[in-house]
Write a protein that binds this ligand. Structure first.
Ligand code: SF4
Ligand code: SF4
Ligand code: FES
Length: 246
């Protein structure tokens, strides 16, 4: 027999001065392969058209539907109701600006982050649109592609103790971006230039290393390895700087 699901959903419209943060409860019959995204759509269509949440691809690709599902950041479209108890609590991701209910503005945060870490190839070469693309070693290209899979959903940032306490903390997604460009032979930045961006308490030295970020990443990015690599590289750069000063 199909389970009856109870959803406790955070509600608040920061645009409306009368609105107060509260929880609304909805009941639904579980259907086969029901995801949290499908459940939310059903609630919006049948019970409350004012419910706000984000989605775009419905396939774990755009990162828009991230929210806190029973206390854990995750993608609504990738989370099956059958993996959860029959009482489900949905909250918006912390750290990001709340748009309303379960919808948050991750775009502004990620744009600022990408600007802070210089998330593009830095080179003095002049771009020649007629030239053949430079060849890259296959293994290196695979390593870069692995880190490029980030969908900027914000789950790692929302789960991060440091990011929740310090709004300037770059977070695992930013550190992963830096690790990606450090691997790229086309990027001419030196370690000391990366150090200026992430060799601070807002960067790698603010990371407590408890790895909630990797636990919740829906794309299973190897964040732990990247944080380890950066910590070692930046540690050496810091030591070299100290000796130069002495
Ligand atoms: S390991 Fe670092 S980046 Fe990841 S959640 Fe912990 S403090 Fe945040
Ligand atoms: S690293 Fe993973 S959890 Fe973090 S934004 Fe990218 S895909 Fe989402
Ligand atoms: S709707 Fe795109 S990741 Fe869920």
């Amino acid at each position: 027999m199909a389970r009856k699901l109870t959803f406790d959903i955070f509600r608040y419209n920061p645009q409306d001065s009368q609105s107060k943060p509260h929880t609304d409860t909805f009941h639904l019959d579980e259907t086969d392969s029901m995801t949290i995204y499908i459940a939310l759509n059903k609630i919006r269509e049948e019970q409350d058209p004012s419910l706000q949440f984000d989605f775009c691809c419905r396939a774990g690709i755009c990162g828009a539907c991230a929210m806190v599902i029973n206390g854990r950041p995750g993608l609504a479209c990738k989370t099956l109701a059958k993996e959860l108890p029959d009482h489900i609590t949905l909250m918006p991701l912390p750290v990001f600006k709340l748009v309303g209910d379960l919808s948050v503005d991750t775009g502004t945060w990620f744009r600022a982050m990408n600007e802070k870490v210089g998330s593009w190839i830095h080179t003095d070469k002049t771009f020649d649109p007629t030239a053949l693309e430079e060849r890259m070693d296959n293994d290196r290209a695979e390593e870069i592609y692995e880190l490029e899979r980030c969908v900027e959903c914000g789950c790692c940032v929302a789960s991060c103790g440091t990011a929740n306490m310090h709004e300037d903390f770059l977070g695992a997604a930013a550190l992963n971006r830096i690790a990606r460009f450090m691997l790229d032979p086309r990027d001419e930045r030196k370690n000391k230039e990366y150090f200026e961006v992430i060799g601070t308490d807002e960067g790698i030295f603010g990371c407590m290393g408890l790895l909630a970020c990797e636990d919740v990443c829906p794309k299973e990015l190897p964040l732990q390895d990247q944080l380890g690599v950066l910590r070692r590289k930046m540690g050496w750069t810091a030591v070299k700087k100290l000796f130069r000063r002495g």
